[in-house]
Design a protein around this ligand. Sequence first.
Ligand SMILES: *Cc1c(COP(=O)(O)O)cnc(C)c1O
Length: 400
Amino acid sequence: MSQSTPVNELPAVMSVYNRFPIRLAKGKGSYVWDTEGKRYLDFTSGIATCNLGHVPDFVHKKLSEQLSSLWHCSNLFTIPQQEELAKRLTNNSSCDQVFFCNSGAEANEAAIKLAKKYAKDQGNPERTEIVTFHQSFHGRTGTTLAATAQEKIHQGFEPIATGFRYLPLNSQDALSQIDNGKTTAVLVELIQGEGGVRPVEQKWITELQERCRQSDILLMVDEIQTGIGRTGTLFAYEQVGITPDVITLAKGLGSGFPVGAMLARQQVADSFQPGTHGSTFGGNPLAMTAGTATLDVMLEEGFREDVLEKSSWLLKALLNLKESFDNIIDVRGRGFLIGVEVDGNAGDLVSNFRGKGILVLTAGQHVLRILPPLTVSWEELEEFIHTFNRIFVEGENNTK
Ligand SMILES: *Cc1c(COP(=O)(O)O)cnc(C)c1O
């Protein structure tokens, strides 16, 4: 990522990240402040995590209450807060039961294990493979990096875990290759986030679901980035009319507090029994409280309609700007997960925005990734479009 200054400011910390050259000290709503007091409009939302903006009041209140009563008690005890969050997730999705963990990679790990166990329980022990798609991103653990169909994520970690088969996204050919007799599940992002904000095509995903149903192959959607209101509905799958067997969640679920979840339909969930899976911190009372409070805000009447209205305005405004500037190649996405593909280096643009007080991200070399908090105001959206326009006008003047 060329937008970062290659200075190691944290010499005692393993340097696995290229970091932006600012230090954040405070956040509230759509804004963050650095240690020098400079304010930024945050259209990264901690990578689609602080979906209710920074330090949202209701979640803050609920977390403060829980903080004064019980922090941790292990899964050897009944944790009623788990049922609260699980009910909200299952009442509002195609799934019936939830396994709680702490991150996206762990949610996908759980899904991968469940898919393998399910095939055996169904009397199909030869079905051991999971299909994933080129340019996907499913995590950084030993197994989820193997699920991630990107050479650069694999490099250096050979031998890569086996049991995954990679196919091209949105490809007709891929559909005919889904069932090779060894497939137990398909794991797919409905909009590839890290891979460049690439949505699945409607016709393709419908056919993918049909293929899966025909062969009792599990349709597992990785909604770690697209879920929890990000695309204007609680889950992105609602907008493409499919009913997934398994859903993985993390990022936005705890408003910034670490929570992961793997949801499954009952018949699939039944393959997990005492002793088959677990996590020390998974379902921790603080994490559950953060998740429940987050969903209570999002499930309020009008919340998601507001996101849909504001985000379609933003998408239209960006499409208008595409008409004005030749170096904008494509504008795509759903809700507040928007990618702007540019002819040039997206990292340089990110620095440019930062210089003008706005934080945005990249998704690959040529795509700007725009992730406002779902609670963003009209004024903040207008400020963003105004600055966007200014940066591209200046860019044109520089090249002429
Ligand atoms: C971020 C992300 C992950 C990994 O989540 P972690 O919490 O970093 O382990 C997996 N899948 C998708 C789609 C993601 O965006």
